[in-house]
Design a protein around this ligand. Structure first.
Ligand SMILES: Nc1nc2c(ncn2[C@@H]2O[C@H](COP(=O)(O)OP(=O)(O)OP(=O)(O)O)[C@@H](O)[C@H]2O)c(=O)[nH]1
Ligand SMILES: [Mg+2]
Length: 357
């Protein structure tokens, strides 16, 4: 009997010990870091990375995506090779970059002819000739400068138009900062009354740039806001009114009519519309062209702002836009920051695209 009791006690003790062992293990999940005890000294903090100075936007440092599309063809040419594979990879790169099928065909047949006639005999020269040909396509007799008459008492008005989300408000914010820095007295008109947040977004840019803004109620008449802004600018001696507009869908006839009305009202004395800038998003490639055709049918556009060139492999759309619309690309967006809007420079663009000077 005693033996049985002793065996039961031993068995109970064994079960308890096993249970305690298992509970101890389950408190720490596999792979979990060891529990830090209070007595252990705290981990020293990671040394902070030194803050990177903000990098100035240049074509070279912001066009990495589209340059990547050309890198295979460019390195084949740099190695001196001109064979069937080189032509194929050049064609593929131009098409992928959204230069357009017809323009790609014309560019390459011109290059092939130069190679056949021995005018070009090595890859480096072919790269240089391609660069010059693209530069020629980007040539325009129209000025890329933003027109500013600056007549006292008659403020210049720059209207900014385009479909949703292309970067109109951001472009106005960047422009406001640049124009103010150039010594012009700028007034913003929050002509996008479609969304309440639109005027707030423009208000933030106004604050950042130290310029004033005229805004109205959500759903209000955008023409009235632009009219009000022009009157105030004339009365207060502002030189330039930058007018935002709602991202209108180009197939909505009433919105196009509204845009025409804004244009008319902005041009009424003392206002003077000197730029109607159509903002296009480079990431949309050939779609941007379709949008542009609709807008140019509705209002006289004076220049294109091509945004988001930093975030796309379709940067070749610049070439198609300029050729097919016959409108100068005046500004390009190379990022979201306040200084990331630059004058379009074909030499810099082609140089960055093909990695040539
Ligand atoms: N990477 C990059 N982003 C940009 C550029 N320009 C604008 N954006 C971004 O694009 C988004 C849309 O910009 P918005 O200025 O609000 O566009 P919008 O045309 O006013 O849009 P709606 O008012 O909705 O019609 C924002 O996140 C911007 O920061 C650019 O050049 N590069
Ligand atoms: Mg907007």
């Amino acid at each position: 009997m005693l033996l049985v009791v002793a065996l039961v006690v031993v068995a109970v003790l064994v079960v308890l010990a096993a249970a305690a062992f298992l509970i101890g293990r389950s408190r720490r999940a596999p792979g979990a870091p060891p529990v830090t005890r209070l007595s252990e000294p705290p981990e020293p903090p990671e040394p902070a990375e030194p803050a990177e100075p903000a990098e100035r936007a240049t074509y070279r440092n912001r066009l990495g995506n589209v340059r990547g599309v050309f890198s295979g063809a460019v390195s084949a040419l740099r190695s001196g090779r001109i064979d069937a594979a080189t032509w194929d990879s050049l064609e593929e790169a131009l098409i992928r970059a959204d230069v357009g099928v017809a323009t790609t065909g014309a560019l390459l047949s011109d290059m092939r002819q130069k190679v056949q006639s021995k005018e070009i005999s090595n890859g480096d020269d072919l790269l240089g000739a391609l660069g010059s040909a693209i530069r020629d396509l980007l040539d325009t007799s129209d000025s890329r400068a933003l027109r500013f008459d600056g007549n006292p008492g008659t403020p210049d008005v720059w209207l900014v138009v385009g479909v949703n989300g292309v970067g109109k408000t951001t472009t106005i914010g960047k422009l406001a900062r640049q124009q103010a820095a150039a010594g012009r007295s700028v007034l913003l008109a929050a002509g996008d009354t479609f969304r309440a947040a639109a005027a707030d977004q423009l208000g933030l840019w106004a604050e950042r740039s130290g310029v004033e803004i005229v805004r109205g109620a959500e759903g209000g008449d955008p023409s009235a806001i632009v009219f009000d802004a022009v009157q105030r600018a004339a009365a207060r001696g502002n030189d330039l009114v930058l007018a935002d507009t709602a991202g209108r869908l180009h197939n909505k006839a009433n919105l196009v009519e509204e845009l025409k009305k804004i244009r008319r009202v902005a041009d009424r004395d003392p206002g003077h519309v000197t730029e109607v800038l159509l903002v296009l998003d480079a990431t949309t490639g050939q779609n941007a062209l379709a949008q542009a055709r609709e807008f140019t049918g509705a209002v006289t556009v004076t220049g294109i702002v091509l945004t988001k060139l930093d975030g796309t492999a379709k940067g070749g759309i610049v070439i198609a836009i300029q050729r097919e619309l016959g409108l100068p690309v005046k500004l390009v967006g190379l990022g979201e920051g306040p200084d990331d809007l630059v004058a379009f420079d074909p030499d810099e663009f082609v140089g960055a695209l093909l990695g040539i000077d």
